[in-house]
Design a protein around this ligand. Structure first.
Ligand SMILES: Cc1cc2nc3c(=O)[nH]c(=O)nc-3n(C[C@H](O)[C@H](O)[C@H](O)COP(=O)(O)O)c2cc1C
Length: 335
């Protein structure tokens, strides 16, 4: 393998404590102990998703993951989760190395609390000013995730975030996510100053993923244009867009949105509670697809990169392909 790729990954690998600066992004219901430990054992950085867990479930999952790997892994915590503090305390007690905060912007108090346990903090930023603020508040690294990613997304594409944030904050460690799979892209991003990359959808469909076989089969047949964002019925009721493969569940989400909007306009529900009920809808329907294999009504969260994912591969095969493509690309560029 081209040593240059390891050299380019050095900064990110050091922060993560992994051989390669490649994160397997957290995916609710999917990123459990098997997938997370398998990613970390392969030299990548696995991230447990706590989106569907309370403190005791997370504690169990951390214990299980630690029994399967002695490598570093992270825990993804959703900032707007009412149990945020409990989940951080569990990570502290169980001596997790990294917390990845998503689904909202953390205050300095949260960052300080995580640091007080000796845990590193990684957060997401959708704009340059927010990225600067988060680094000033003390985060250890940032992930920028473009709109082509699977799951909850911001408004801007990866290529815009690269130019807006990565190229303006070269002194800080920034990982890039959203629509990344080929090694040539990984190598190019590292050359542009990225600390590393985060991939999601491809690992939802890998051999080690516990997702139902019906779920994986749909992804292998899907094209990128099937991974869509739901229609937003009311601009004032700003719902977090979720990218997923279109199915009956997508229609049901629109109905659910309509129901919540009527309640909101009648004063029967606050905006925050209305949004929370939509989040519960997504989490519940993702579980139906992942665990029960209900690919008609369940949510099939997916990035546009599904266009390139055509069969079930192991983490080892995915990793080796990326590293080979990255190395060949660097050889072609410099020889
Ligand atoms: C099925 C699915 C579930 C996801 N759930 C979460 C989550 O719980 N927390 C989170 O921070 N990101 C979540 N993501 C985003 C991934 O961690 C990752 O950043 C994203 O998939 C990267 O883009 P890609 O899909 O183009 O590789 C999810 C993505 C998918 C596809």
């Amino acid at each position: 393998m081209n040593e240059k790729i390891l050299k380019l990954m050095e900064r990110g690998s050091k922060i993560l404590g992994s051989k390669y600066a490649l994160l397997g992004g957290a995916m609710t219901w999917i990123s459990e102990s098997n997938l997370t430990s398998a990613l970390s054992n392969a030299g990548l950085f696995g991230v447990l998703a706590s989106g569907s867990m309370d403190g005791s479930l997370l504690e169990n999952e951390i214990i299980k993951t630690k029994s399967k790997t002695d490598k570093n892994f992270g825990v993804n915590i959703i900032v707007m989760n009412p149990k945020l503090h409990d989940l951080i305390d569990v990570c502290g007690q169980k001596k997790v190395s990294h917390i990845i905060l998503a689904g909202g912007l953390p205050g300095k108090d949260i960052i300080d609390k995580i640091h007080s346990y000796g845990i590193q903090v990684i957060a997401f930023a959708p704009a340059l000013a927010i990225a600067k603020r988060l680094f000033k508040q003390g985060i250890d690294a940032l992930i920028i995730e473009g709109n082509e990613a699977g799951g909850h997304v911001g408004p801007l594409s990866t290529i815009i975030l690269i130019q807006d944030i990565l190229l303006n904050l070269k002194e800080y460690p920034i990982f890039v996510a959203g629509g990344i799979l080929r090694g040539e892209i990984v190598a190019s991003l590292l050359q542009l100053g990225a600390a590393g990359c985060q991939l999601g959808t491809v690992f939802a469909c890998c051999k080690e993923s516990i997702a139902h076989e019906n779920f994986k089969k749909v992804y292998f047949k899907a094209s990128g244009r099937n991974a869509v964002l739901p229609v937003q019925l009311d601009k004032k009721f700003n719902i977090a867009p979720v990218r997923a493969l279109e199915n009956i569940g997508t229609e049901e989400f629109i109905e659910k949105q309509r129901e919540v909007l009527i309640k909101f306009h009648n004063g029967d529900v606050t905006m925050d509670n209305g949004k929370l009920s939509l989040e519960h809808f997504w989490a519940g329907s993702l579980r139906r697809a992942v665990q029960e294999g209900d690919v008609d009504k369940g949510s099939l969260m997916s990035g546009q990169i599904v266009e390139l994912i055509k069969n079930e591969r192991s983490i080892e095969e995915i990793k080796n392909t990326i590293l080979r493509e990255a190395s060949d690309f660097l050889d072609r560029m410099y020889n």
